[in-house]
Design a protein around this ligand. Structure first.
Ligand code: GTP
Ligand code: MG
Length: 476
């Protein structure tokens, strides 16, 4: 049938039917067994009744450019607002903690990078209710600030801006607000609807105001959960501790987790040895038989047997899934996807070497939108294609256009693993041609770049007439 497949590979349904027909075999197609079906089968997804729902604390992620003061801000909040005494043996919440503001609670997720934020969303675990965007008053909006904004927006999470380091003599909060305007975040005092608070982690100025603003936004969102049910949570972090075994920090999304509860997450199961905690509370659990995946959901179930049964079933499903991976959108299969799967929106991440090109590309690409397919640039920026770009593209089923830039080695291998399409160009109209042709299903065969080696440039010299000479070190 023109398909090369070895004995360990899966073939698609149509081929299977054709082949069976040829061989005179009758086949019965079974509906694919998805994760949800396991969750449903065991009644893990039962909806809460409105009257059982109680307000829960907001879960907040702090994001921003390198060195703009994320860690300092969290430390400053922690040192003034986290209560030290906690029930149970484990007092330290790794990766997440809860602050107390005159009786009201806020949980902060200490995620290190935007990748972590989006890869959690990628697994369907929307953990964050509010994003705090940190921008240093002495530096303004930088590439990773823009990246953070894109990630928060694509997750549809409200953004509160914290302008940090306002104690510095060279601080210029007005310039920051100006910069933010260019990213369509208009401060309230300038007639927009973005809450902007100036803070200093050194003097503590503005910190209380920031926390109050977070509570205000949370109140408007009316975040609710049912504390009186078996717990459902998200794995924030997990690792293998030499003496304690698998340890997982989880954020409880609904219900209450108790000491001795049977738990299951993906293919791991076990019984809890930790203290009790309710919705929006981070908690460390011990007692799983293996290290679970960050971003996966964890459930408390009625007994150990059930936990084990679900874990086994999940293991079976993940094996099957690995064999039949779904393909992401690429320029090559775009037309097919548009016609077969009714794709209505084409998401693109744009990276280029200079700001001018980024803007030119964005504008020209947006103009290619047709009645059938809307083009949407989910992120664009100056600089090479990094892991964060690939993660974002993967989560949003987007492809990446690189103009006069290339992916880093890690970004490239991540893109290969996740099936994210990266297209590199150095002529703008060629980008338009390709995207337009792909939308019409008339893309010509492309030239693939084969990497023969990698160098690290150590030094460069400019020589008139010849150009720039690079002294490089061969990596591989
Ligand atoms: P990465 O984790 O590397 O992305 O950095 P970060 O955003 O966590 O920044 P961090 O909190 O490490 O702060 C970077 C530097 O800025 C440190 O030297 C801090 O002391 C300084 N800094 C942070 N906040 C303030 C502030 O409010 N005022 C002053 N004067 N300095 C600050
Ligand atoms: Mg930090």
């Amino acid at each position: 049938l023109g398909i090369m497949a070895n004995q360990n590979q899966s073939i698609d349904e149509d081929t299977c039917i054709l082949l069976a027909d040829e061989l005179g075999i009758e086949i019965d197609m079974e509906e694919p067994n998805l994760d949800e079906s396991v969750e449903e089968e065991y009644g893990l997804l039962k909806k809460d009744k409105e009257r059982d729902l109680k307000l829960r604390p907001p879960v907040v992620t702090v994001m921003g450019h390198v060195d703009h003061g994320k860690t300092s801000l969290l430390d400053s909040i922690k040192s003034t607002h986290v209560t030290q005494s906690e029930a149970g043996g484990i007092t330290q919440h790794i990766g997440a903690y809860t602050v107390n503001l005159s009786g009201k609670k806020i949980t902060f997720l200490d995620t290190p990078g935007h990748e972590a934020f989006t890869s959690m969303r990628l697994r369907g675990a929307q953990t964050t209710d509010i994003a705090v965007l940190v921008v240093a008053a002495d530096d303004g909006v930088m590439p990773q600030t823009v990246e953070a904004i894109s990630h928060a927006r694509s997750a549809d999470v409200p953004i509160i801006v914290a302008i940090t380091k306002i104690d510095k003599p060279e601080a210029n909060p007005e310039k920051v607000k100006q910069d933010l305007m260019n990213e369509n975040l208009v401060a309230e005092e300038w007639g927009g609807d973005t809450i902007v608070v100036g803070v200093s982690s050194k003097t503590g100025e503005g910190i209380d105001e920031l926390l109050e603003m977070i509570l205000l936004v949370a109140e408007m969102k009316e975040l609710k959960a049912n504390p009186n049910r078996q717990a459902i949570g998200t794995i924030i972090e997990a690792n293998l501790d030499k003496s304690k075994g698998p340890m997982a920090t989880i954020l409880i999304k609904n219900g209450t987790l108790r000491f001795g509860d049977s738990i299951v997450s993906g293919i791991c199961s076990g019984r809890i040895r930790a203290m009790e905690d309710g919705p929006s509370m981070p908690v460390v659990v011990l007692g799983l038989n293996d290290v679970p995946n960050a971003g996966d959901t964890i459930y408390a179930v009625k007994d150990d047997k059930t936990a084990k049964a679900i874990a086994d079933k999940n293991a079976e499903i993940s094996r099957e899934k690995r064999l039949s991976q779904t393909t992401k959108i690429s320029l090559d299969n775009l037309f097919e996807k548009i016609s077969e799967e009714d794709v209505k929106e084409l998401n693109i991440v744009v990276k280029a070497d200079v700001k001018g090109s980024v803007e030119a590309l964005n504008q020209s690409l947006l103009k290619l939108s047709t009645e059938e397919v809307k083009i949407s640039i989910i992120h664009s920026g100056v600089g090479g294609i990094n892991e964060s770009d690939v993660t974002l593209a993967g989560a949003s089923n987007a492809f990446i256009v690189g103009f006069n830039v290339r992916p880093t080695n890690t970004a490239k291998s991540q893109a290969d693993a996740e099936g994210v399409d990266i297209r590199l160009y150095n002529i703008i109209y060629k980008v338009m041609d390709d995207v337009e042709a792909a939308m019409k299903g008339m893309l010509e065969p492309t030239y693939e770049e084969k990497v023969t080696g990698n160098l690290t440039v150590r030094e460069t010299w400019k020589v008139s007439k010849i150009g720039t000479i690079a002294g490089a070190f061969v990596d591989n």
